[in-house]
Design a protein around this ligand. Structure first.
Ligand SMILES: Cc1cc2nc3c(=O)[nH]c(=O)nc-3n(C[C@H](O)[C@H](O)[C@H](O)COP(=O)(O)OP(=O)(O)OC[C@H]3O[C@@H](n4cnc5c(N)ncnc54)[C@H](O)[C@@H]3O)c2cc1C
Length: 631
């Protein structure tokens, strides 16, 4: 069994302002703040690269050879004279497995990308903006066709660092240069708090800094997508087919629901810690079912508890970028530019013909023969749309931005899962398994609901919000995050000014709908019941937070404890009403040659974590683009 003890910052505290309040001085976890590189004294890039594989970094449009210092690394490599065509990798079951996990392949990638960027080409068939889960899928799928030239643009840099690759270190990315470190506006429903809203700014986007949980959504989430879009291709049966082709599932055989041989390596959390097993046991004892996986039958039912599925392979993060894009970086038709900030769309009339970017402090343009696909995530996709003149005309006019298309829904319908931190003290320090989140619960509090309304993730460390930390956090403990799977509160985004450097204002509006506060309280009580169950008696000393509270104290706790599950979405929603931004084919209304493929298009948040649904969105986008151009 892998035994790891934890190096963990206060993940829900205010970003970039280290806050140690409430953390015990005798903690056995060295709670380390400051720059990420200082966070873990055991950091060692070489070790990570040698155990994983090397990704080159293209710095400001040109190859950064310094980052490929590991290029002499070699073990078990195939013969470099092997001249197999990169396009032999196009069949659906290609897992690009062993062949692309070698230093030999890394070197090929480095040389190829160096050559491609040296050519300084500025025209491509397709430009994909953003290398998060959706963008990685689209870029990879389009590049399957050797006749198609693809440019993938990413504002962040290399993912070849321990904080990304080592599952236990994911939280070290928060507040680092790999985090956009957004912060919501002060919210009166949260006692005036401004909550941090981290998002990935690195190759792989969120899939490189997240908790690695693979959660595919409830069947009725997808039926809802189909209903609002008017396209059965978004329905559960269709999406199930996508998941079967996408997954390289390592758990119990379920050929109806699970896939084998696809690009995404998914395994049930290996060697789950006793605390995770106790949670599943406690839930079962309380009369809710448990399942082998949260992603099969459980997501077609009322719910239950399960050990989580994770994207961890051989003890390393296997991000969506690593699964999809990296294995194609030796191809001549896929160019990747990092440290490249997309700022604006370029139009000819109402058709998008390219993008403007900032590289190395200089403005530059790239043009697309066919289409531009925006996959910048649920905050930056609407920001770039607004900066480009696509949005509510009143707001655009206010900032003197020329209106290309009035789209009142851009930046509206902001959604996120809200959760609350219930913390329990361990009797003895416990090891940390995988990414620390190994057990999960989804449940319909009322069986007549079409989807689960409760969504809990366990986390194997005490993680308060900055405010609940003041209640006293044990040195050794674990946290249950009871969350609302379908909160009714809706937020919005707006520009603070016309310049690219003007920050986007995020009014997350968490708990603004009174039903969310009402739903939070019984949800927390269920969580307390689970955490105080005898299944934990050998492991847990006591409930630390929140404890027995009066109704008014509990309401105050809810407002102080509320944190994001980092599942921001919905800000350029798919649908057919006037507030919809894209149609069922993900094409932006009123504009030609522009699609959006990322969490922004979700009409409503899915029941669980949002990375897997973003993979589906990327797959759907790629299917539709391929169909449209016969490629
Ligand atoms: C800390 C954290 C933990 C999470 N845990 C989980 C989890 O365990 N399981 C799960 O399913 N989900 C989790 N999520 C959520 C999940 O990662 C996101 O829903 C998912 O990554 C969203 O994918 P996306 O394709 O919409 O874009 P994103 O992941 O947001 O990627 C967008 C990419 O575009 C780039 N970009 C943005 N703006 C620009 C620009 N102007 N120019 C160029 N590039 C730009 C970004 O740098 C980024 O790489 C977590 C998220 C975070 C932040």
């Amino acid at each position: 069994m892998r035994r790891r003890f934890l190096f963990f910052p206060l993940i829900c505290a205010k970003p970039r302002k280290p806050n140690v309040s409430g953390l015990p001085s005798n903690s056995s976890f060295p709670v380390l703040f400051g720059k990420p590189a200082e966070l873990n004294p055991r950091s060692n890039r070489k070790t990570v690269s040698a155990r994983y594989f090397v990704v080159p970094s293209v710095k400001t449009g040109s190859f950064n050879q310094d980052l490929s210092g590991e290029k002499s690394y070699s073990h078990g490599m195939r013969d470099s004279s092997n001249t197999k065509s990169p396009f032999d990798k196009t069949n659906e079951t290609a897992n690009f497995d062993q062949e692309t996990r070698t230093a030999d392949f890394a070197e090929k990638v480095r040389i190829n990308q160096q050559m491609l960027t040296a050519k300084s080409k500025s025209n491509y068939d397709f430009i994909i903006c953003g290398s998060g889960p959706s963008g990685s899928v689209v870029a990879s799928r389009l590049a399957e066709n050797p006749e198609v030239s693809v440019l993938l643009l990413e504002a962040g840099g290399s993912d070849d660092v321990p904080e990304v690759m080592n599952p236990a270190q994911w939280a070290m990315n928060l507040g680092s240069e790999r985090d956009w470190a957004f912060v919501a506006l002060p919210n009166s429903h949260l006692n005036g708090r401004s909550i941090p809203l981290s998002m990935g700014k690195v190759l792989g986007g969120g899939s490189s800094i997240n908790v690695m949980l693979w959660a595919r959504g409830h069947e009725n989430d997808w039926e809802h997508f189909a209903e609002v879009s008017g396209d059965p291709g978004w329905g559960y049966q269709s999406v199930l087919g996508i998941y079967r082709r996408v997954e390289n599932w390592q758990g119990a055989n379920d050929p109806v629901r699970r896939g084998a041989g696809g690009p995404v390596y998914v395994e049930p959390a290996s060697n789950p810690q006793p605390i995770a097993l106790a949670m599943v046991e406690a839930v079962r004892s309380l009369g809710m079912p448990s399942f082998d996986s949260p992603n099969g039958e459980m997501m077609e039912s009322r719910g239950g508890a399960a050990i989580a599925d994770v994207i961890i392979r051989d003890g390393q993060r296997s991000s969506i970028f690593r699964d999809y894009v990296y294995p194609r970086l030796d191809q001549p038709n896929l160019t990747l530019l990092t440290h490249t900030l997309v700022t604006k769309l370029i139009f000819t009339g109402s058709a998008v013909v390219g993008v403007e970017v900032i590289q190395d402090g200089k403005t530059r343009q790239y043009t697309a023969n066919q289409e531009v696909i925006l996959s910048l995530g649920a905050i930056n996709t609407p920001k770039v749309l607004l900066q480009s003149g696509l949005g509510p005309h009143g707001d655009l006019r206010k900032h003197g931005i020329q209106i290309v298309q009035h789209l009142p829904g851009v930046g509206q319908n902001h959604q996120d899962h809200v959760s609350f931190n219930c913390i329990f003290e361990y009797q003895e320090p416990q090891p940390f398994g995988n990414g620390g989140g190994e057990a999960t619960l989804y449940w319909k509090s009322d069986p007549s609901l079409d989807r689960p309304d409760l969504f809990h993730c366990q986390f194997q460390a005490p993680v308060p919000s900055a405010e609940t930390a003041a209640l006293g956090v044990p040195a050794h403990g674990w946290t249950m995050f009871p969350g609302l799977a379908h909160p009714k509160s809706r937020g919005s985004l707006r520009l603070s000014g016309p310049q690219v450097s003007d920050p986007i204002l995020i009014d997350a509006n968490t708990l603004s709908h009174p039903d969310d506060l009402k739903a939070a309280i019984p949800n927390i009580e269920l969580c307390r019941e689970i955490g105080n169950h005898s299944a934990f008696s050998k492991l847990v000393k006591r409930e630390a937070i929140p404890g027995n509270l009066s109704p008014s104290q509990m309401e105050n706790f809810v407002r102080n404890a509320a944190v994001t599950y980092w599942h921001q979405c919905g800000t350029a929603k798919m649908g057919r009403d006037p507030m919809s931004v894209v149609d069922s084919r993900l094409k932006v209304y009123g504009v030609e040659k522009l699609r959006i493929a990322d969490a922004s298009i979700m009409p409503e948040i899915t029941s669980g974590n949002t990375m897997a649904p973003c993979v589906v969105i990327g797959e759907r986008a790629a299917e539709m683009v391929k169909a449209a151009y016969g490629i």
